[in-house]
Design a protein around this ligand. Structure first.
Ligand code: DBV
Length: 274
C-alpha cells in the first residue's frame, strides 16, 4: 500500500481504498468493506471533492494536518452504504458509517458513529428504525438485536443522555458509550467495540439476505420514514462544527446534504422503486 499523506490525489471512485495515516478506525472500515464484498458493491457516485479532502487545523504555530475521505457503495438492496472518515491527529479521529437500504426492502438503517476527540471516545452503534412505531418494521429486528446489545452493554459505561428529539430515531438496542482516552479506552475498543461492531453488522447483513421486496404502498411509507430520518440527521449533524472549521461551511453543507444524507437531493433516490 502506498502511504497516503495526500489522499486527495489518489482516489478515483468511491470504492478505492481509504487509508488515512494516524487514523484510529481503519480496522472498522476494513471490516465493513470486507463484509460488503459478497453483495457485489458498485461505486456510488460522489463528486471528487468529497472522495478525499485535505486540510489543516490547529494554530499557526502548531498546525495539524487533517484528512477526510468518503468510501461508498451501492448494492441490490442498499441504496447507499457510506463511510465518512476523518483523521486529524490528536484533534479528531472519526468513522461515521451508515447503510441506507432501498425502500423496496423493509430494513432499518445501519449506523455507527465512532468518534475520538481530545477529551475521550464517543461511540454509537445501532440498527436505527425508519419508523419506531411500525411493529412490522421493528419487532423481528429488535428480537435479534437485543440479546447482542445486552451482552456488550454490560461491559461499557453508559454514554449519558441524548437529545429528546433524537429518541424516535434510535432502537432499544442503541449501544452508546463515552470512554476515556488511553489504555482503558484502547482495551474497551478492542475487547468490546470491535466484536460488537462485527455482530451488529453481521446481523444487519443477515437481515439484508432475507429481505424480500415489499408492496409499492409499503415502500412509499418506508421512503417517507427515511426522509424524516435523513432530514433530522442532516439538520442536526454533530460533525457540522468540526467539518466547518476544517473546510469551511460551503463544502461542509454540500457534504452533509449532497453526500452523507443525500436522500432528498438525489433525484433517483426519491423514487421508491427504481
Ligand atoms: N456524526 C455524524 C457524521 C459525523 C459525525 C456524519 C462525519 O453523523 C461525527 C462525521 N459525532 C461526530 C462528531 C461528534 C459526534 C457526536 C465529530 C462530536 C461532536 C462534538 O462533540 O463536537 C451518535 N454522535 C455524537 C453524539 C451522538 C452521536 C448522540 C453527541 C451529540 C451531541 O452531544 O450533541 N450519530 C449519533 C448516532 C449515530 C450517529 C446515534 C448512529 C448510530 O451517526
Amino acid at each position: 500500500m502506498k502511504p497516503m499523506s495526500n489522499p486527495a490525489t489518489t482516489r478515483a471512485n468511491s470504492l478505492d481504498p481509504v487509508q488515512l495515516s494516524d487514523w484510529r478506525w481503519q480496522w472498522f472500515l476494513d471490516e465493513a468493506v470486507a463484509a460488503l464484498q459478497p453483495l457485489g458493491p458498485e461505486p456510488y457516485p460522489i463528486h471528487p471533492q468529497f472522495l478525499a479532502r485535505d486540510g489543516v487545523t490547529g494554530s499557526k504555530a502548531k498546525p495539524v494536518p487533517v484528512a477526510t475521505a468518503t468510501w461508498a457503495c451501492q448494492t441490490k438492496k442498499f441504496r447507499q452504504a457510506r463511510a465518512a472518515c476523518v483523521s486529524a491527529g490528536d484533534a479528531a479521529s472519526v468513522l461515521n458509517f451508515v447503510i441506507n437500504p432501498r425502500t423496496r426492502y423493509d430494513l432499518p438503517f445501519f449506523g455507527a458513529d465512532l468518534v475520538t476527540l481530545p477529551n475521550g471516545h464517543l461511540l454509537a452503534l445501532d440498527l436505527q428504525p425508519v419508523d419506531r412505531g411500525d411493529r412490522l418494521h421493528t419487532e423481528a429486528v429488535w428480537d435479534l438485536l437485543l440479546p447482542i446489545f445486552e451482552r456488550w452493554k454490560q461491559s461499557l459505561p453508559d454514554g449519558g443522555p441524548i437529545p429528546a428529539e433524537a429518541q424516535p430515531y434510535f432502537s432499544p438496542g442503541f449501544l452508546w458509550t463515552r470512554i476515556p482516552l488511553g489504555s482503558e479506552g484502547d482495551r474497551l475498543i478492542d475487547a468490546v467495540i470491535r466484536p460488537a461492531f462485527q455482530e451488529y453488522l453481521q446481523l444487519y447483513l443477515r437481515l439484508e439476505a432475507s429481505a424480500t421486496p415489499v408492496s409499492m404502498e409499503r415502500s412509499e411509507l418506508l421512503l417517507a420514514g427515511q426522509k424524516r430520518y435523513t432530514r433530522y440527521r442532516s439538520e442536526k449533524d454533530p460533525a457540522r462544527g468540526m467539518l466547518s472549521r476544517f473546510y469551511g461551511s460551503d463544502w461542509t453543507e454540500a457534504y452533509i446534504h449532497d453526500v452523507l444524507f443525500d436522500l432528498e437531493t438525489q433525484p433517483a433516490a426519491s423514487k421508491p422503486i427504481e
